[in-house]
Write a protein that binds this ligand. Structure first.
Ligand code: HEM
Length: 434
């Protein structure tokens, strides 16, 4: 039975599943792709869902015209910062993830700088080198999600945090793992966000605070040493040379929050995408054959197609602070409205053989771009998209010398791991050196 809803002002919410929020949350976590497709098939576009991610109901849209309207909403009417509020204890008060309005736009201008032009190109050799080193060790059975997490963190530490030698990389890795263990566990993070009471060093919140303090001490030490001896070859160097509107240099604490935002935004999302790339490639040997020719356009097409069929983030949500109309639907203040990236890129009416993995669809034509949106859009579009693409391209280039086959023939299903969608068996493949 379909269910709409009323907010007392006369606006009815679009229909959606009647199941309790707990059931919808579990269904989404266990099988996000199947859950979204099922609700879309049953209730159409838009659909209203209720989950524990947000206290408010969430209206999902997947038609590109509606999605464009969402991305164009004034951030004053549709802020996104609140959605990340539970991450504040780790992200920090200056984090781009938590800001909205003018402070958010200012932060975006600052953080976008290292990812533009020549600065970005200068990062390529290190990324290529780290990727070649990691993939050089792959042989036999490999759980690509685990290895990709290791790899994307190594890339972030070297290229963004500017860690120069093994000792520094290992020191940072140990500190980050301590803090990320808690951040990765959503139930732990949510319960801590609610409790946030330090009941001694052995309580969950107390332990988390200690891990963050340890992590911050390591990070602030990296920042201090970098200020003392600038090198100029990593993203941190650009961040350290920024000035605010009044010409004052950014504080160490601010740079700390920027580095953490890049870590949180860029670590799991790129690792999930890589694991999906290997999961898909293992089941499409002809794509691997074509990649071996080394055509950069083809590698780009593979990157684009992986991001289309298995986007790491399924939705881009905004909380409405005023009533708005999207695609003719009047929605009240106080509900979440979301562009459903997963559904938009799988619509049968917009994509030929929508669920098939066919990088060829991208060769020589970009007209399907209209509903390609793995990085979200508008003022909150992924701030690290150029970096992500460079990284994915370089890793796949390094992978084109290997041969991948599936451990089990059936495709891996999607499951949710904190904020991203990953292959449920971790992207298991057999690797042969070609
Ligand atoms: C394949 C990899 C990636 C995917 C699929 C992805 C996707 C996304 C999406 C969907 C959003 C939210 C957009 C919205 O709400 O409209 C986002 C935000 C963000 N991403 Fe990424 N991302 C990836 C990699 C990265 C990397 C490598 C970095 C940094 C090095 C990064 C940094 C960020 C940041 C800082 C934000 C917040 C932007 C803001 O609030 O203004 N992401 N990303």
């Amino acid at each position: 039975m379909a269910r709409g809803g009323h907010d007392g002002t006369g606006s009815a919410l679009p229909a959606g599943p009647r199941a309790p929020a707990l059931w919808q949350t579990l269904a989404w976590m266990a099988r996000p792709g199947a859950f979204l497709q099922r609700t879309h098939r049953r209730f159409g576009d838009p659909v209203t869902i209720r989950t524990y991610w947000t206290p408010e109901p969430m209206v999902l849209f997947s038609h590109p015209d509606a999605v464009r309207e969402i991305f164009r909403l004034d951030p004053g009417v549709a802020p996104a910062g609140q959605s990340w509020e539970f991450l504040r204890p780790f992200a920090g008060p200056d984090s781009i993830l938590l800001l909205d309005g003018e402070p958010h736009l200012r932060e975006r201008r600052l953080m976008g700088a290292p990812f533009r032009g020549a600065g970005m190109r200068q990062l390529t050799p290190t990324i290529a080198e780290v990727a070649a080193q990691e993939l050089g060790g792959w042989d036999g059975r490999v759980t690509t999600l685990e290895r990709s997490r290791h790899l994307t963190l190594e890339i972030i530490l070297r290229v963004i945090f500017g860690a120069g030698d093994r000792t520094e990389v290992d020191r940072l890795r140990a500190a980050i793992d301590g803090a990320l263990d808690d951040v990765r566990s959503l139930p732990r993070m949510l319960s801590m966000a609610v409790v946030q009471r330090d009941l001694g060093p052995r309580s969950p919140w107390g332990r988390f605070r200690l891990a963050v303090e340890r992590f911050d001490a390591v990070l602030l030490d990296v920042i201090a040493r970098r200020r003392a001896a600038p090198r100029g070859d990593a993203v941190i160097d650009v961040l350290l040379h920024q000035h605010d509107e009044d010409g004052r240099p950014t504080t160490d604490r601010h740079v700390r929050d920027q580095l953490v935002a890049l870590l949180m935004g860029g670590h799991d999302s790129s690792a999930a995408t890589l694991a999906w790339a290997f999961e898909r490639l293992a089941r499409h040997p002809h794509v691997q054959d074509r990649m071996r020719d080394g055509d950069p356009d083809y590698i780009d097409a593979v990157v684009r197609e992986v991001l289309r069929v298995r986007p790491a983030l399924t939705i881009a949500p905004r909380l409405l602070t005023e009533p708005v109309t999207i695609a003719g639907h009047r929605l009240p203040a106080g509900v979440q409205v979301a562009a459903c990236l997963w559904l938009a890129m799988r619509r049968e009416d917009l994509w030929t053989q929508a669920s098939a993995f066919r990088p060829e669809r991208w060769l020589g034509k970009l007209d399907e771009m209209r509903s390609w949106m793995p990085y979200g859009g508008g003022v909150r579009r992924c701030a690290g998209a150029p970096f992500a693409e460079l990284e994915l391209r370089e890793v796949l280039r390094a992978a084109s010398g290997l041969r991948f086959s599936p451990v089990r023939p059936e495709p891996e299903r999607a499951r949710r791991s904190l904020l991203v969608v990953v292959p449920d068996r971790g992207g298991e493949v057999l690797v042969q050196r070609a």
